[in-house]
Design a protein around this ligand. Sequence first.
Ligand SMILES: [Mg+2]
Ligand SMILES: [Zn+2]
Length: 194
Amino acid sequence: MTKKAVFLDRDGTLNIDVGYPSRYDQIDIYPQSFEAVRRLNKEGLLAIVVTNQSGVGRGLLSEEDLRDIHSRLSASFSRHKARLDAIYYCPHYILSEDSRYRKECDCRKPKPGLARQAASDFGIDLAHSYMIGDKTEDVLFGMNIGAVPVLVLTGAGGESRSQLSARNVVPAHVAAGVLEAVDWILDREKDRTP
Ligand SMILES: [Mg+2]
Ligand SMILES: [Zn+2]
């Protein structure tokens, strides 16, 4: 059995992008994110976070710090009766001083590695899945994995919209924020299921 997923970028999509946060108290979740994830849970779409965290490779936080942030982030969604099904991250940085993180990896968005891993872990049908994010690389990632890319105008969304149009790349939808993006996805899904 294959499942559909909505991949969600983290910074600038679910929470305010402050640039390389290293502690959970620097994470400010948009209030609409809880309702967005609750609606995905209710409709049976997997809610999977995919996030580039080169701050690890840059030595700005440890992988342990990042895992701590993610377990608290998940707990915060749980307290709001919303479930993040998984969080996948890329810790790499091509110029890292730490050889564990210094590589040209396949998991830094827009490369497809994180989605491939999730697809194999959960049995996801990527061609019937979605990607929501605020950056050009999120939209390109959505396209690279064969999913439907949705740009949000929170975070860097405004700049990304200009960058994308300069490159003639057109997201399937542009939404004010993650909740509107999810509602667009759920409407689209309704049209497809008789
Ligand atoms: Mg982002
Ligand atoms: Zn990576």
